[in-house]
Design a protein around this ligand. Structure first.
Ligand code: FAD
Length: 322
């Protein structure tokens, strides 16, 4: 509705907030549609190019739920964001054509279930994407609000404001319940589902009889307590097997200790140009067997069974993210 006054309502959410409550919350005139300029190389339908550009922003996937009498209505949404910690606020953006939008009013409670990596079927179900046998959704009710069982995190919020958002409506929700569990999130990027692959093992998954001859081509090395073994960004020209002692692996969001029999630098040795992805230090005296990339490639050439097994491990990894 170009040019019309945005639909807006608000309720007193209580509590003192010192900063201005909002900027531009009330436009007298909604912005008019301007021609969208596309960057070089983006020809064709501007709306599609805009959509694809937005799709470069990776998000999680949620199922929004609300109760209508005894009925539950759910809808998949990735336009979800955190807004404020005090008071706790979140925002969702809903297509004006979606049934969900018509069900949300001032004071309505809605649930946000942050989907877990394996819940693609539920995401499709609540997006109305046809599947022959979509998985059944089970709900638990918290604060009179249905939440999807098995999700990674749950929030219950009450609509406190709504804003005009072009062909979408924005609903600001004050959060009254929050919890999260262990697991990995389902991601959405470039119009498709993605997953985080946090398992860096590749060579470690090879059968012992194939791995041992490869490692045997390496040379032994010793590190003193605290000595760096690998640094983030360095080229990954070697694969190391810890023979004795422990090593500390650290990178943003990850910190772990590895011991005898475990391999380090498995991914980077296959992609030495990409650089090391973690800092690794010796904890106490450490002995390692270091296998150079050249020795490793020679071993794979010498025993094609090892090369095939490696390809199978990598293929399984791709399947995990497909
Ligand atoms: P419907 O289309 O009527 O319902 C959605 C589906 O959920 C239907 O298949 C329905 O059968 C099923 N369903 C509803 N309730 C239940 C229940 N109780 N039990 C079992 N099944 C039920 N749209 C947006 O507006 N904003 C977004 O941020 C957004 N993000 C998206 C992200 C992804 C990854 C995807 C795939 C879609 C997204 N969509 C988004 C599109 C949106 O999910 C669909 O347009 C959806 O169909 C709109 O739902 P609706 O409220 O109109 O209800």
């Amino acid at each position: 509705m170009e040019g019309s006054r945005p639909q807006e309502f608000e309720v007193d959410i209580g509590g003192a907030i010192s900063a201005p409550e909002a900027f531009g919350a009330s436009f007298d005139v909604a912005p008019t549609a301007e021609a969208l300029e596309l960057g070089e190389g983006l020809e064709g339908d501007p709306a599609l190019a805009f959509r694809r550009t937005l799709g470069m922003f990776a998000t999680g996937v949620t199922v929004l739920t609300t109760r209508v009498g005894e009925q539950v209505h759910g809808m998949t949404a990735n336009a979800f964001m955190s807004v404020s910690l005090q008071p706790p606020l979140v925002l969702i953006s809903i297509d004006r054509r979606a049934r969900m939008g018509a069900l949300l009013h001032q004071g309505t409670r809605f649930g946000v279930s942050v989907l877990e990596a394996r819940q693609t079927g539920l995401s499709d179900r609540f997006a109305g994407r046809a599947a022959e046998e979509p998985p059944e959704a089970a709900f638990e009710v918290v604060h009179e609000t249905p939440l999807v069982e098995g999700a990674l995190a749950h929030l219950v919020a009450q609509v406190v404001r709504s804003y005009w958002g072009g062909d979408h409506s924005l609903f600001l929700g004050q959060v009254e319940f929050a919890r999260y569990g262990e697991g990995r999130p389902l991601l959405f990027h470039g119009g498709r589902y993605e997953r985080l692959v946090s398992d860096p093992r590749v060579f470690s998954l090879l059968p012992r009889e194939l791995l041992e001859p490869i490692v045997a081509l390496g040379e032994e090395r010793e590190y003193a307590d605290g000595e760096p073994i690998m640094r983030i960004g360095e080229p990954g020209r070697e694969l190391l097997l810890v023979l004795e002692g422990t090593v500390r692996v650290e990178r943003p969001g990850l910190s772990l200790t590895l011991g005898p029999g475990e391999l380090i630098g498995e991914i980077e040795v296959l992609d030495p140009g990409g650089g090391r992805i973690a800092d690794i230090h010796a904890v106490g005296r450490v002995r390692c067997q270091a296998v150079s990339r050249d020795a490793l490639l020679a071993a794979l050439e010498a025993d094609p069974r090892a090369a095939v097994a490696l390809i199978e491990v990598l293929a399984a990894r791709f399947r995990e993210t497909a």
